[in-house]
Design a protein. Structure first.
Length: 318
């Protein structure tokens, strides 16, 4: 399982703005697991993910002299050429691929599809499957489920699933996932009570908190959403906080959600969004002067108040 243990000791990181602005898929015996209860509980690791999939792709490419094709399904707007170039040159995932000898346009072709709604993502997934790519890569459990509904044969690598893949019905078990999904799992819902605790420490006399879920792919795995709601209820009950849940599906619904928070007199907001509508969320929270805590550091980098969660880029690199 490589150095996953080292990374997992850093899974819970609190971020504030700076002053300046694989168990292999398919049948067969399971790979031996490290005897580390923290790793067993918090990760679903297929060796080193990309490494295991890259090796057979390399052999196939050498045998047929055909460039490997990688399909990526992502949440959000399609990046500009400048944004894409920056991602390829700085993102740990692409840097690791380069270290492994894989370079887009040289010995592999990367097909990317993005969507800001469930409909767009389903269309993108179907398009990638029609292209008959060799392997598919996603960053969330919901996206993996959307792809799995389109193909049972093309390998799907999850670079940090935000929920229980077993409970979500994506794999049979952590030791023997079966099917065509492999990768990394983050039980991100376990951190929700801690995020509420941090909000309470930050906001004096905190009694009402909004729980904002931006659902673009989460509805594909209702079991994962149920876990989010359960953990929020547990944390709220422990801290004596009243929770108001808001579920939005597109950017146009965000403003109404924040108006609802003001009507409820919510003093803080716990945001579950997974990369989408990042700047709009940060700007609305600032405009309504409501303390917001996010899952990911990228929201703090966009001007958000604070985040508490995993280092997703590092997980994708592994």
């Amino acid at each position: 399982m490589g150095n996953a243990g080292h990374h997992l000791k850093m899974t819970a990181l609190l971020h504030f703005p700076q002053p300046e602005r694989r168990a292999p898929h398919g049948p067969g015996p399971a790979a031996p697991m490290r005897k580390d209860p923290l790793i067993d509980r918090r990760t679903f690791l297929a060796g080193t993910g990309v490494v295991l999939l890259a090796a057979p792709l390399a052999a196939e490419a050498q045998k047929s002299e055909k460039m490997a094709r990688v399909g990526i399904l992502g949440i959000g707007p399609a990046p500009s050429p400048q944004e894409l170039a920056k991602s390829v040159s700085t993102n740990p995932f692409w840097l690791s691929m380069k270290d492994l000898g894989w370079v887009d346009g040289r010995n592999m072709v990367v097909e990317r599809r993005f969507g800001e709604s469930a409909e767009q993502l389903r269309a993108g997934a179907a398009d990638l499957v029609r292209l008959k790519v060799d392997v598919l890569f996603v960053r969330t459990a919901g996206l993996a489920k959307i792809l799995q509904l389109e193909t049972k044969t093309i390998p799907i690598v999850v670079g940090g699933a935000d929920g229980d893949l077993v409970a979500g019905g994506l794999v049979d078990s952590l030791a023997r996932p079966g099917g065509n999904i492999t990768g990394l799992q983050i039980l991100n819902d376990d951190l929700i009570p801690k995020r509420l605790e941090l909000l309470k420490a930050l906001v004096p006399n905190l009694s009402k908190v909004a729980f904002l879920q931006v659902d673009v792919s989460l509805s594909a795995v209702p079991q994962v959403r149920a876990r989010y709601d359960q953990q929020a209820a547990i944390g709220a009950r422990t801290l004596g906080i009243e929770i108001h849940t808001f579920i939005v599906h597109r950017a146009g619904e965000l403003a109404a959600a924040f108006r609802g928070m003001m009507k409820n007199r919510d003093q803080g907001v716990l945001v579950v969004a997974r990369f989408v509508h990042r700047q709009a969320l940060v700007d609305l929270a600032a405009a309504h002067r409501i303390a917001a805590i996010y899952e990911l550091q990228v929201y703090v980098e966009s001007g958000g108040l604070m985040s508490y969660g995993v280092n997703v880029s590092e997980m994708q690199r592994r």
